[in-house]
Design a protein around this ligand. Structure first.
Ligand code: BTN
Length: 246
């Protein structure tokens, strides 16, 4: 079932309310405009009317939350597949949840798990995707202009959002999360963070390192300047390339 709205605060919030009311696996919430689009780590997601795709999908995988550590990675690869199918070019992935093209952010992914307190299993997951489609550079607020791009800017012409929406929905509903190893292998090959000098930002601390790998849980394995290697978890840190956003 696909629910289309003109304006919502956040499609993730609307989808969560629907899931709590029993909405089925595969239910989609789409909006033309979000007034309070949310990103990872409490950030906002700029969601101007009719310029992007703002979508959340309810998944009901019925497994322990530990079996879904790779969910954001799986959604990122799936979104890259959908862009490639609909637009004919493939974005990269900036660990952990950004799709990037031309060194700038094209899309963000926000996955949220809801656990059944009685069973300890996942009751549902909300997979939110925000994808910039028809903005031009001047349409982004000045603080985003140097780090954000749109599909139209990369394609060189305005894009039709509908085939892209269909490709994303189809692929998310068919997501086979149990195939963790091949999903993570595909994630590694799309991930432009790997092999880069990065700044690992945790609160006020900023440490320099080299991104070596993505482990079996989706954590980024970084060798720091003092020589020690650590798997950094996406819950706590964000990454900046030392030469730019990516
Ligand atoms: C990020 O950049 O950290 C993630 C951004 C995710 C944005 C999408 S837009 C649709 C869905 N609803 C939200 O409020 N957020 C996600």
């Amino acid at each position: 079932m696909i629910h289309r709205f003109e304006t919502v605060d956040s499609t993730n919030i609307v989808a969560k309310a629907m899931a709590l009311e029993g909405a089925a696996h595969g239910t989609v919430v789409l909006a033309e405009h979000q007034t309070a689009g949310r990103g990872r780590m409490g950030r906002s997601f700029h969601s101007p009317a009719s310029a992007g795709i703002y979508m959340s999908v309810i998944l009901r995988p019925s497994c322990p939350p530990t079996a879904l550590m790779h969910l954001t990675c799986a959604v990122a690869v799936t979104a890259c597949d959908a862009v490639e199918e609909a637009l004919g070019w493939r974005p990269g992935i900036k660990w952990i949840n950004d799709l990037v093209a031309g060194g700038k952010k094209l899309a963000g992914i926000l996955t949220e798990l809801h656990i059944d307190p009685k069973t300890g299993l996942v009751d549902f997951a909300i997979v939110g995707i925000g994808l910039n489609c028809n903005q031009q550079p001047e349409d982004f607020p000045s603080e985003l202009r140097h780090i954000a791009c749109s599909a139209a800017m990369i394609s060189g012409h305005p894009i039709d959002r509908e085939p892209l929406i269909c490709a994303i929905i189809q692929r998310l509903q068919d997501l086979e999360l149990e195939h963790k190893k091949p999903i993570l292998q595909r994630y590694r090959s799309d991930c432009v963070t790997l092999g880069q000098e990065v700044d690992v930002i945790r609160g006020d601390s900023r440490r320099k390192g080299f991104a070596l790998d993505v482990d079996s849980q989706g954590a980024l394995v970084v060798r720091f300047e003092d020589g020690h290697t650590e798997a950094v978890d996406s819950g706590e840190v964000s990454i900046r390339g030392q030469l730019g956003y990516v």
